[in-house]
Design a protein around this ligand. Structure first.
Ligand SMILES: Cc1cc2nc3c(=O)[nH]c(=O)nc-3n(C[C@H](O)[C@H](O)[C@H](O)COP(=O)(O)OP(=O)(O)OC[C@H]3O[C@@H](n4cnc5c(N)ncnc54)[C@H](O)[C@@H]3O)c2cc1C
Length: 417
């Protein structure tokens, strides 16, 4: 039997603790029935969006996050789990204080379908939730390479289980063993992330484990290192990483830990001790289920992040298809533009026409050094697209390693606290 949550049910759970009611809200602030904004996904983009909707919209909006997991584990900094500098507990965020502080309703369940005509969503337990505006902030999904067990060959690109499994496998390597990893075709989550991982693993084997005969082989589906080329090629050369561009994984054997890949039309098979295949990526399953994708990603209006396919559905974070990087820092930026746009739309106000977003990635290249990469995007009214306005990068250093924790601490606090 289906249970339907009404707006009134949610009101029971709402606090009045929002800090800054948005100044332009007299119309909906006086309304008796609050607009209900439902956000699917409590990661970097979803949690930021909910928080800012309540900070700016105050008690004029009813905001609910539906998130599968009771705790979020940040993929940001997760490569440091591999070399023992962090644990997944260090990177975990729970929602209790956050939701109470901002008056956000939390439901821990998985959204299995969206009824666009009736504006309802159905949860895995068959419960139905009504929405006025729906924000899909559900991250990514992976293309299938071949049938294999990801608990034996983890991508470690999304969940705590994967990164901990990969760490255990890495710890069991002995001198002379081979670590093989693959890099997906762009676009994918966190452009520098896989290159960063190869550096961290090579440093760990050489300088922490003290192994001088291990091989680290990187199969890159892209024709070259796609970001921070100078930085990563220098570090790869320092550690003797065997980097193979134009190498697309075509099959994986989880028993023998061998991988088959195509390079220039020729098929090769490599044996390994530890195999880390990061498959090609696409928008989260719920984006496809809702039918707001075009190809692998979801096209949106960059002034609001509203779908260009279905109105009142917004897509933020890694699932959106604007060509901006798929990263948590910029997901946090997109979430604020989306929150502002939703509040404007509810108040029949025009959208802000000059949004800018900012992306930042710090990449540990060893247990003491990190590089960084940053970019600013702005709305171009002629093409109606987000275009690159400026970018900068910093080479690996111990100073940048320390700054990485200041940057991530600020991002985590702005998102989850
Ligand atoms: C190794 C690594 C390093 C990285 N480093 C950086 C960095 O330096 N800087 C940076 O900006 N980014 C970095 N990233 C990228 C960053 O982690 C992601 O881009 C970011 O997490 C995307 O945010 P999101 O909100 O789109 O998705 P996610 O953070 O994945 O959140 C999506 C949430 O939606 C939930 N969900 C999905 N489907 C449903 C459903 N149907 N029902 C209910 N809940 C659902 C999931 O459980 C999940 O919690 C890194 C990533 C990796 C892997």
């Amino acid at each position: 039997m289906k249970t339907t949550y009404s707006r009134r049910d949610f009101m029971k759970f709402m606090g009045l603790s929002s800090t800054a009611a948005f100044a332009v809200l007299p119309t909906i602030a006086n309304a008796k029935v609050l607009p209900h904004i439902v956000i699917v996904g409590g990661g970097f983009s979803g949690s930021t969006c909910a928080k800012y909707l309540k900070m700016w919209g105050g008690s004029s909006v009813d905001v609910t996050i539906i998130e599968t997991n009771p705790t979020y584990v940040s993929p940001i900094l997760s490569n440091l789990v591999l070399n023992g500098q962090k644990t997944t507990n260090n990177l975990s965020f729970s929602y209790g204080n956050y939701s109470a502080k901002y008056g956000i309703n939390m439901i821990h369940s998985t959204v299995s379908s969206v009824d666009k005509s009736n504006k309802t969503i159905t949860l895995a337990n068959s419960k139905v939730v009504k929405y006025d505006k729906l924000v899909l902030a559900a991250g990514i999904d992976f293309d299938k390479v071949s049938d294999y067990d990801i608990s034996k060959v983890p991508h470690a690109w999304q969940s705590r289980d994967g990164i901990n499994t990969l760490k255990t496998q890495l710890n069991s390597m002995r001198d002379g063993d081979t670590f093989v990893m693959s890099i997906p075709a762009s676009p994918y989550r966190c452009p520098p992330g896989p290159y960063e991982r190869a550096c961290v693993v090579a440093d760990y084997l050489k300088n922490t484990k003290g192994y001088s005969n291990c091989n680290v082989i990187v199969l890159d589906a892209n024709p070259k290192i796609i970001v921070e080329e100078q930085t990563f090629s220098t570090v790869f050369a320092r550690y003797g990483v065997d980097y193979r561009p134009n190498s697309t994984v075509t099959a994986v054997d989880d028993t023998t830990k061998s991988v088959t890949y195509s390079n220039g039309g020729v098929s090769h098979t490599l044996a390994s001790t530890v195999l880390n295949v990061i498959p090609n990526q696409k928008a989260a399953p719920i984006v496809f289920e809702t039918g707001v994708n075009s190809g692998s990603w979801a096209p949106i209006n960059p002034l609001s992040y509203e779908s260009v396919i279905v109105s009142d559905i917004y897509i933020i974070g890694d699932s959106q298809g604007t060509g901006q990087p798929k990263a948590g820092h910029i997901g946090n930026s997109e979430a604020k533009i989306c929150a502002d746009a939703i509040l404007r739309k509810l108040n029949a106000k025009p959208l802000y026409t000059s949004p800018k977003t900012n992306s930042a990635c710090y990449s540990p290249t060893s247990k003491t050094e990190a590089s960084w990469l940053s970019a600013v995007y702005k709305y171009d009214s002629a093409t109606q697209k987000m275009v690159l306005a400026s970018k900068d990068a910093g080479a690996p250093s111990t100073k940048n390693y320390k700054k990485m924790f200041l940057w991530s601490g600020n991002l985590f606090a702005d998102t989850f606290a």
